[in-house]
Design a protein around this ligand. Structure first.
Ligand code: ADP
Ligand code: ZN
Length: 436
């Protein structure tokens, strides 16, 4: 491990008081910038009767209107631009997990600060110029590839810009070029682990030491699985296109939540139903105000991600607030016969019961009643000794899921390798109710 523990030590370990002061200064400036340059948002402020002069303290943030994905779609493509297009150097787009894509713009300064955030994440997992960083997030419109790529350059790692897919080549380069840090979605990391095993490699055969995995929800069980199959420490990273991309928050060596880069992003937790700001430690929807972004300066953007913030002292020395793993998006939550169910809860049960993280969930409505079907792959070993015991196994798993989530699904165990693997974000839910 390198000597350097932080990429930007002064900022990352800044006393909380000073950090709040810095946030306040930036907020006041940013509100003015948005009011002056983004008519769409100014109109929203005017509707509430708020002007930049009303924002004097951090606490005044709650006077500002929220922005949501609907606003981004309504204002598509240029309505939320804060700079002339001639000052912008890049466009990215969301992966469109939950509907129509939105686009985000970047000035060179925006790209620079975003890459700093990703560099912080890489140094936090022990990255230095001695490392070979294999980036297999998708490149292109998706933010994953470019973000980690830029961060890797800033740290001085030897960067392998693989992009997603072509697993055989990923493995060949990983082994031949001694990759030490792997960046991809957790579902693809799990798949790489599985593929390495099939190719006859043991976890200790590769030189990887750490992985930076994000862009989709994953459980602690999945973390342990990936760590074992690749012989690494697996770290979480979080972000969204609307706030630049990955690197809004990242995990440190404690692996107990992700430090939010608070000098750039002001975080709030709100009640998703009422919009009320909740006290620290409450579970609710994460809302971000970008303090430095020029081209796409979103104020109070509702992420729909449900999580908890904690300012408990972290052993790594960083002072920035930590967010828990998002337990799913509020729009990922399935309501099955009146019960709230997140895919992550089901995933946790599967892994605990020894199944691989290869599954999908199908929801439908038959005779006015919701149905929940969970399709789960068997491992090759399970497949061998399951002959004749399928229904007993399926039933046991259905019971275990019921204990956890309160709804009993119908479980379908399927042959090894029969569920399509994802190279980017995994598709976990098929909601057929929306099709009727
Ligand atoms: P889309 O909304 O189309 O998926 P993005 O690619 O910008 O667009 O994805 C951002 C979303 O991905 C976040 O709002 C969050 O729901 C999810 N996400 C990103 N990182 C993580 C993570 N580490 N854990 C869980 N969810 C994550
Ligand atoms: Zn820490």
């Amino acid at each position: 491990m390198s000597e350097k523990r932080y990429y930007q030590e002064e900022i990352e370990t800044m006393p909380v008081e000073a950090l709040r002061e810095l946030q306040k200064e930036k907020l006041l400036k940013q509100v003015r910038h948005v009011y002056d340059n983004v008519p769409y948002y100014r109109a929203k402020m005017e509707e509430l009767g708020v002007t930049p002069d009303d924002i004097k303290e951090l606490e005044d943030l709650s006077k500002l209107p929220f922005l949501s994905k609907t606003d981004l779609r309504d204002a598509y493509p240029y309505g939320l631009l804060g700079m002339p297009l001639s000052e912008c150097v890049r466009i990215h787009s969301t992966s469109g997990t939950t509907g129509k894509r939105v686009v985000a713009f970047y000035t060179q300064k925006d790209v620079d600060l975003w890459e700093d955030c990703c560099a912080r994440a890489i140094v936090a997992v022990g990255g230095s110029k001695e490392d070979v960083c294999q980036v297999c997030y998708g490149y292109g419109l998706f933010t994953g590839g470019s973000g980690l790529h830029g961060g890797s350059h800033k740290v001085g790692c030897l960067t392998l810009p693989m992009s997603s897919g072509n697993t055989e080549r990923q493995i060949q380069f990983m082994m031949d070029l001694n990759a030490t840090i792997l960046c991809c979605t957790p579902s693809y990391a799990a798949y790489l682990g599985e593929s390495l095993k099939e190719a006859g490699y043991k976890p200790e055969d590769n030189r990887l030491k750490a992985g930076i995995f994000g862009a989709e929800p994953w459980t602690e069980e999945m973390r342990r699985d990936i760590e074992a199959s690749l012989g690494i420490k697996a770290y979480d990273i979080y972000g969204l296109t609307e706030t630049s991309g990955p690197g809004v928050a990242f995990e440190c060596e404690e692996q107990t939540g992700m430090h939010i880069n608070e000098d750039h992003f002001l975080a709030e937790i709100i009640d998703p139903d009422t919009g009320e700001v909740l006290p620290e430690g409450s579970k609710g929807e994460l809302v971000f105000t970008a303090l430095d972004k020029e081209a796409f300066p979103l104020l109070r953007y509702r992420t729909k991600d449900i999580c908890v913030l904690s300012r408990k002292k972290c052993s790594c020395g960083r002072t920035h607030v930590k967010m828990s793993k998002p337990m799913g998006r509020s729009d990922d939550m399935m309501i099955i016969r009146g019960v709230n169910v997140f895919p992550s809860q089901i995933e946790a049960v599967l892994l605990k019961e020894g199944y691989p993280p290869n599954y999908y969930i199908e929801v439908d409505r038959v005779n006015n009643s919701d149905t929940l079907d969970v399709f789960v792959e068997l491992t090759a070993e399970q497949f061998e000794d399951t002959v004749g015991k399928f229904s007993a196994r399926e039933n046991a798993l259905a019971e275990a899921i019921k204990t956890m989530v309160g709804v009993k699904p119908k479980v379908h165990l399927v042959n090894p390798k029969s569920i399509a693997r994802s190279e980017g974000k995994a598709v976990r839910i098929v909601d057929k109710r929306k099709l009727h």
